[in-house]
Design a protein around this ligand. Structure first.
Ligand code: GLY
Ligand code: MN
Length: 462
């Protein structure tokens, strides 16, 4: 937890942005895995953490800007509870630690919200993603749970997004701590991978690093020789000599700030020349994209530049053909690079995605494309100092997609399907780092993780 001044300042800034109104925040509750007492590991809501810092289940808060009042709602533990949980701090003590003096039991929430509604005040709340909280809000506000997000507050949402988008020094330090744990995860994976191992053995070892560092994964690890499946959480393949595997993983070890890193690693320690050729194209797209990062540059432009580098590289290898600009304008590269270049990262690995992907990643004059590939670009807006984002281009050979495009002659004037066919079993390559936009440039966060062919192969041989 940060010093209470941090939370006080964040709430002051929020009040200045929203100006007036009754703001209501729900923290997360424990969620049962298979019966009530056997719960999923607790993860607090990120916005609740941002303004109130309390990393415990079952809290709620209000900020009444007009009455200049802040209040925390929670449950005080009885001795019978403490028999199971051990000693717990009282709600008043926790609230004090974040600079709030008013507290009430959760049972009072209903009364206070109803009093606000009956005096015709709008209750501002954020869109909900957990069933428990949708039901709670539904009970408090009398709105059908499936419709609750239609009533979320646009003013509050945009104020929270604008504030959380700009990371402070202490937040950047926490992201760097997470990336440094990623360094240990990746260098371990490079050292231990060998033919005959199952993917799950490496997935288990890297998760162990995060647990030993006192954290948890920021999302379920993607680790597979079938790297062409973008979010591949299946870890049961046996890895063979000559295979490469995509490992896309992240940690949160300090105040719940995330890392999100990807490397592609040769199982037997060195890349084949075919693999190296594709690797170098992805690396060039990744390094050039990072170099282009600075304030006021549009991330959509950087994404399209990466797409052009990928198209040119594939053209040089004979996999694509025709004019590079035309190919990218028609989305032909997306058969190989079907996702966006990156996204914001912070307390969430896809930061604030629960508040609305377009509100986070797009702005008034930047409309989301519906072209295959470009449609998946999560961040398209102009960059600002303090943004932290991922840069993660990739090249993939997805047999089902290749067959569909060939059969339906999609972008056939830009793709040499005969040549592509030779890569059907290639898999995929992705390379990802987490980058801070600084006042005039950028900074790659954390200890540099082996990335060039030479660096990766050297680490594999340790
Ligand atoms: N790391 C997975 C993703 O960005 O979607
Ligand atoms: Mn990512």
């Amino acid at each position: 937890m940060y010093d209470q001044k941090t939370y006080i300042k964040r709430r002051e800034q929020l009040k200045e942005k929203v100006k007036s109104g009754f703001l209501f925040f729900l923290g997360n509750v424990d969620s049962p895995m298979n019966y009530s007492d056997n719960i999923f590991p607790f993860r607090q809501d990120s916005t609740f953490l941002y303004y109130f810092g309390l990393d415990h289940p079952g809290f709620a808060a209000i900020i009444d800007i007009d009455e200049n009042k802040e209040m925390i709602f929670g449950k005080d533990f009885s001795v019978d509870d403490i028999v199971w949980t051990g000693p717990q701090k009282a709600t008043a003590q926790l609230a004090k630690s974040i600079g709030i003096n008013n507290t009430a039991p959760l049972s009072k929430l209903d009364e206070i919200i109803k009093a606000a509604i009956s005096s015709d005040r709008k209750v501002h709340f954020l869109a909900q993603y957990r069933a428990e909280n949708k039901i709670k809000l539904s009970e408090l506000l009398g709105i059908n749970p499936s419709l609750i997000n239609n009533y979320s507050s646009h003013e509050l949402t945009t104020a929270v997004i604008s504030q959380r988008s700009i990371k402070s020094k202490e937040e950047v330090e926490d992201i760097e701590k997470a990336v440094n744990v990623s360094y240990d995860m990746y260098t371990l994976a490079m050292r231990v991978a060998k033919p005959g191992m199952y993917e799950r053995e490496i997935a288990g070892l890297v998760e162990g690093i995060v647990l030993s560092a006192g954290g948890r994964l920021s999302f379920p690890t993607i680790l597979s020789v079938h790297g062409e499946t973008l979010h591949n959480h299946y870890h049961t393949n046996k890895m063979k000599k000559g295979d490469i595997f995509v490992m896309d993983s992240g940690a949160e070890v300090s105040n719940c700030y995330a890392s999100d890193i990807t490397r592609t690693i040769p199982v037997s320690g060195s890349f084949s020349s075919m693999q190296k050729d594709i690797y170098q194209i992805v690396l060039k797209a990744q390094v050039s994209s990072i170099k282009a990062i600075k304030p006021e540059v549009s991330y959509k432009k950087i994404h399209l530049k990466a797409a052009k580098i990928i198209t040119q590289g594939l053209k040089d290898l004979g996999l694509m053909k025709g004019n590079v600009n035309d190919a990218v304008a028609n989305g032909a590269h997306a058969m190989f690079f079907p996702h966006g270049l990156g996204h914001m990262i912070g307390l969430d690995v896809h930061d604030m995605e629960n508040l609305g992907e377009n509100l986070v990643g797009y702005e008034k004059n930047v409309v989301r494309s519906n072209q295959f590939g470009l449609a998946y670009l999560r961040l398209a807006r102009e960059l600002k100092p303090g943004f932290v984002l991922t840069v993660e281009p990739g090249i993939y050979f997805i047999p089902q997609l290749i067959d569909k495009w060939r059969d339906e002659k999609i972008n056939s004037r830009f793709i040499n399907f005969n040549k592509v066919n030779k890569y059907r079993k290639f898999g995929g390559i992705r390379i990802e780092d987490d980058v801070l936009v600084t006042k005039s440039s950028h900074k790659i966060l954390g200890k540099p993780i082996p990335k060039t062919v030479k660096e990766v192969e050297e680490h594999c041989s340790l």
